[in-house]
Design a binder for this molecule. Sequence first.
Ligand code: AMP
Ligand code: FES
Ligand code: ZN
Ligand code: ZN
Length: 342
Amino acid sequence: MKCAVCGRKAAVEVRRQGRAFCPEHYLEWFEHQVARAIRRHRMLEKDDRVLVAVSGGKDSIALWEVLRRLGYDTTGLHIQLGIDDYSKRALEATRRFAEERGLPLIVVDLKEAYRLSIPELAELTRRRACSVCGLTKRYVMNRVAVEEGFDAVATGHNLDDEASVLLGNVLHWQTDALVRQGPVLPAKEKLAKRVKPLYLLTEREILAYTLLRRLPYQHEECPFAVGAKSLLYKEALNKLETAMPGTKQTFLEQYLKKIEPVLQKGLSAEEVALKECERCGYPTTGEVCAFCKTWDHAYRWAKRKGQIPGELRFEAEPRLTFIPEGKRGGDARPAPAQEPAG
Ligand code: AMP
Ligand code: FES
Ligand code: ZN
Ligand code: ZN
């Protein structure tokens, strides 16, 4: 196949668009896709301070690279989950990426900040690791963004993630979750704006980008992902995609265009008011937020088992480590944006 732009030998095929590109024009195409998604959904303003949630995997590393290249003022946030070597290697890749580019990074180590790792939290609460992990990550991302004055949190969710979550929500008709599927969740009192600039790019396309740009990233999957429903949904969607290229994109885009607005209208009439959590002061629909409830529960068991001292009370405020030390972001703007063409 030939590059759709210059006619040279193509290196990457984008099947859902029936096009292929040489390395140079693929990178240009990719960055243009991200810039366009940001503009179309008004995800970010040019001088926003953006907190990029970076797991160290290909998606969030690619996201940080593209935002940096587009000229955004970015700071990384990495949450150390304490899943043995998997987490250590994730931090290594994230640090390397940040240091090589002189970008500021904030690390929250759960074991240091709250005394328990994700595997311990899951065991103590007898819940699935992915569930307590997701809840904890969302809380920490939001809290750091609000307290450090960032305008938005950007995550590396891709088309495969979003289409698979949509499929799961549709199969169970989870209307509450369905209205939160959009690529932008607006800011509210003590809730930072959340954006997903890669939501229309596939895993395969993001991998091609990280490889062509030679970005360091964590290759392994989380050991707790094995057997997760989301992987089953992704497999099913991949089968459909092979038979009918473009299925994932149509499924997600048309849902967001045609169905989500209708659901939004219906639900906003019965919208539940958010209150302040009695424990931490952050928004919740109940008296105590899910984060405080889960960690309080874990602390009770951890004390009974002698894992933590009996007099210790759970404090929701995370301890932050700034890398390099003392650098709080906001002063690391790269050279003016080189806006990709195309
Ligand atoms: P996941 O829920 O693991 O599919 O991750 C979705 C997005 O959440 C990633 O693309 C990151 O932006 C963010 N994320 C996941 N894990 C972490 C982490 N340990 N630290 C910071 N951000 C994370
Ligand atoms: Fe959270 Fe795997 S990344 S449990
Ligand atoms: Zn080309
Ligand atoms: Zn709380």
